[in-house]
Design a protein around this ligand. Structure first.
Ligand code: SF4
Ligand code: FES
Length: 310
């Protein structure tokens, strides 16, 4: 065996798979009981919020891997060499685009930044369902504590689509509800359009100038990649009908805190709704896994306070 082969071990992926029924076969019933019917720019059920109908099953794939391989590497190996029907989404492969958020062992996170060593969980033969019937699968910390190489490999990683969004196929969730809500909050600079001019009336300065302190107020928020991990972690979000969600509020906050933006009042009006800041329950689950390091729960707290202080 070569040195490279010596570094290989095994991992088993348990993938929640889903194939939708063709559109013409679906009934008209479904949707969230919390769906807001009218009266809000964010409200309204749509066909994409209906409970999906189709074939669901769990499929296992056991692979030879290196501990430092990412879960995305594993899925690409499955797709290319074992099962071309497996569906998942990714683009950059480096934590920059946000397109590959899924649930790993029950925790929303990015496929491309999750390593096998961090997430594989060795099956516990003594594991029992709790009183409510849920079986605990552990998170990255449990996995890191449990995982080590031996003949039985690194263990198991459970994969499911991002919670809170309608599933389209296998690990692909429809994140359009989140993107629609971000768009409705006008996620672009609205400045007054006045540029400095010279004494001859010619445009002199094209930049909207800021000092470092003004930039620091929102710079971290520009890191958001709209991956939906915070929304998938939020127990209130559930598809965006009852709550516009933390990602949309982060987008609003980014411009509310930008000294160049002149639309602060209308931005705060837009989120001062029953399904806006009023729906946030301050659970702070949104903060735990933001791949861009944003303290989402703290930012929610700040924007809620800003709305209330008006
Ligand atoms: S705030 Fe973080 S977790 Fe939420 S969408 Fe943006 S990058 Fe993703
Ligand atoms: S593939 Fe782009 S963030 Fe993971």
């Amino acid at each position: 065996m070569s040195g490279m082969d010596d570094a290989l071990t095994t991992v088993t992926l348990k993938v929640n798979r889903f194939t939708p029924r063709p559109e013409r076969d679906r009934g008209a019933r479904g949707g969230s009981p919390f769906a807001k019917k009218s009266g809000s720019p964010f409200g309204g059920s749509s066909s994409r919020n209906r409970r999906p109908h189709g074939k669901q099953w769990v499929q296992e794939y056991t692979l030879r891997v290196r501990p430092e391989d990412t879960v995305l590497d594993c899925l690409l190996t499955v797709k290319r060499t074992v099962d071309p029907t497996l569906a998942f989404r990714y683009s950059c492969g480096h934590g920059m685009c946000g397109s590959d958020a899924v649930s790993i062992n029950g925790t929303p996170t990015l496929l491309c930044t999750a390593t096998v060593a961090d997430w594989a969980v060795r099956p516990n033969p003594l594991a029992q369902a709790d009183d409510e019937g849920f079986r605990h699968t552990g998170d990255a910390d449990d996995a890191a504590a449990n995982a080590h190489e031996d003949d039985s490999g690194l263990g198991v990683i459970e994969l499911a689509p991002l919670p809170g969004f309608p599933v389209q196929r296998d690990l692909i969730a429809d994140i359009d509800p989140m993107l629609d809500q971000i768009r409705k909050l006008k996620p672009y600079l609205q400045a007054d359009g006045v540029l400095a001019t010279t004494s001859e009336g010619k445009v002199d300065v094209f930049e909207y100038l800021q000092n470092p302190q003004q930039l620091a107020k929102y710079e971290m928020l520009t890191n958001c990649i709209a991956c939906g991990v915070c929304e998938g972690s939020c127990p209130v979000f559930a598809g965006g009908d009852a709550f516009i969600g933390p990602a949309a509020l982060i987008a609003a906050s980014r411009f509310v805190n930008d000294s160049r933006d002149t639309a602060t009042a209308s931005r705060l009006d837009a989120i001062d709704t029953a399904d806006g800041v009023a729906a946030c329950q301050s659970v702070r689950a949104c903060s735990r896994q933001c791949p861009r390091g944003i303290d989402v729960g703290e930012e929610m707290w700040q924007i809620v306070a800003r709305v209330k202080e008006r």
